[in-house]
Write a protein that binds this ligand. Sequence first.
Ligand code: GA4
Length: 338
Amino acid sequence: MVVPNSSPLRSKKTRAFGIPIIDLSLDKSKVSKLIVKACEDFGFFQVENHGISREIISRVEMEGQDFFSKPACQKQRAGPPTPFGYGCKNIGFNGDKGELEYILLEANSHSISERSKSISSDPKKFSCVVNDYIQVVRNLTCDVLEMVADELWVQDKSIFSNLIRDVNSDSCFRINHYPSSSSIINNADQNWSPPSHQMFDKSPKTRIGFGEHSDPQILTILRSNNVGGLQILSRDGLWIPIPPDSDKFCVFVGDAFQAMTNGRFVSVRHRAIIANSVKPRMSMMYFAAPPLNACISPISQLVSEENPCMYRPFTWGEYKSTAYSLRLADNRLDLFRN
Ligand code: GA4
């Protein structure tokens, strides 16, 4: 489809790189088209005018700041991440490292209230604030998924969103905290120290906060403070910096969505580098996932003789265990190709 420059279907673009910024206050049918196009072209887009209150967002941000400003020994009481809890520099179980610390939580109120006891001196407040945020971001995710279903002519508009709304949904929530470019993070983990060239070399080497990967889930919704560092990998292999904007959300297509759309949507590879900033970057992500026993298979509308099933059906649980058995940068979905 050729979209004329003047058409309302042409979304605003992130400066110079053509990454869509989609205004969610526009007409729903236009927004749906823009979302589907962005998921096909980039597996990534940003949204503005999303209707989520600044207050709900900044309350989580404040809880995150409070936690990360604590001494290392106190933060470690909420760790190690197995995989949930507080983590510093270690990502997953297979030796991946990054220059960051984080809190990873299961996105359900029971786990959050249990975990919050080791995170905050006011656990009730912490769980309340995080639960409120998860609820509104889950709604945003479901709205996006329903618009996608509509645009793909799927009869059951809730085909994707039902997986996220399910009480057994395996969604999770993460707050990442990256050091400012002028500092290195407190070495809470005694077994690791940054490679010496990164500590002393003044040349502008890329410092990796969170290494290249795709997200295994259906969709990821990310919000960051105004410090940069997020980059997405374009189809031609270039790292595209995403300008930080605390009023927008970034939306990433995950591997499970790529499989469910029979490869029509692409799960975007991305990473976070340490930006040249005096302020630390803090980002929070909601990873929208199905229940562990949900079967992930391409929707029938996207399967035909010309487009046969690209992946064998698998359960989300099976996919997740595969993800955790591999390295961060590995391409997991290829292992499920027909
Ligand atoms: C990437 C997306 C989410 O942050 C995450 C990550 C998880 C972890 O940090 O424990 C993983 C990574 C993520 C993909 C491969 C495995 C699992 C680390 C890792 C090496 C919470 C997730 O679900 O998958």
